[in-house]
Design a protein around this ligand. Structure first.
Ligand SMILES: C[S@@+](CC[C@H](N)C(=O)[O-])C[C@H]1O[C@@H](n2cnc3c(N)ncnc32)[C@H](O)[C@@H]1O
Length: 202
């Protein structure tokens, strides 16, 4: 299967048009709020949310003074973000298209990953890890929420911790201590847990 076939396999745009978006919490992710409370997001940092959809975290990062980029295939979701930012009087770079084709002019300080890795076909995961390593500066942070889903298939596809450790190898990523990887149950999606972890690009 080619990359393009993978992309067209799931019609995200139709989901936004139909309002069929059960992954959305309708509020900031509690893990995001916890990281923000720990001063993880510093004014002036350059940040990306890949596959941002209508994630409200994009605006929250901009309001905290970060230089933010959001990328998504869905024109409907990006139009929603554009209006949100215009109404809030905040600056943003919005990329409507395939985030794998994007490259920042300057390496990023952080990437916030929320229900994107679990949304893409597992065949694209290595490509995503390579892109993250390319986008982030050495010492840059990946704020990841790894979807736990025992059932087969997807999206969402399972992001079991063993598979994530293999995908983000220790030669390239510094992992947090086990005790610092925290489960956050999703209010929809049958309460599936997302494991919050901050990985550092070596
Ligand atoms: C499950 S949704 C999550 C949206 C958002 N992260 C959130 O938490 O609300 C997955 C998103 O990834 C986007 N997406 C999937 N493949 C993509 C790609 N190759 N490039 C950019 N966006 C993509 C979809 O359009 C969709 O908005």
């Amino acid at each position: 299967m080619t990359h393009d076939e993978n992309r067209s396999a799931f019609d995200w745009e139709a989901r936004f048009i139909d309002g069929n978006t059960p992954w959305e919490r309708g509020a900031l992710h509690p893990a995001f709020e916890a990281w923000q409370h720990q001063s993880a997001f510093a004014a002036g940092d350059r940040a990306l949310i890949p596959g941002c959809g209508r994630s409200p975290e994009l605006l929250a990062l901009a309001q905290a003074g970060l230089a933010v980029t959001g990328a998504d295939l869905s024109g409907t979701a990006m139009a929603w973000q554009r209006k949100l930012f215009a109404d809030a009087g905040q600056q943003v770079e919005l990329i409507t298209g395939d985030v794998f084709d994007w490259q920042p002019q300057q390496a990023l300080d952080l990437v916030y990953e929320q229900t994107f890795l679990c949304a893409i076909h597992p065949r694209l995961r290595t490509r995503y890890e390579e892109a993250l390593a390319r986008w982030l500066k050495p010492g840059g942070r990946l704020y990841a929420l790894f979807m736990q889903k025992p059932e087969r298939g997807g999206p969402p596809f399972d992001c079991a911790l063993d598979a994530m450790r293999a995908l983000f190898p220790a030669e390239r990523w510094t992992w947090p201590a086990e005790a610092d990887i925290q489960p956050w149950p999703h209010p929809q999606l049958n309460g599936k847990a997302e494991l919050g972890a901050v990985l550092i690009r070596r």
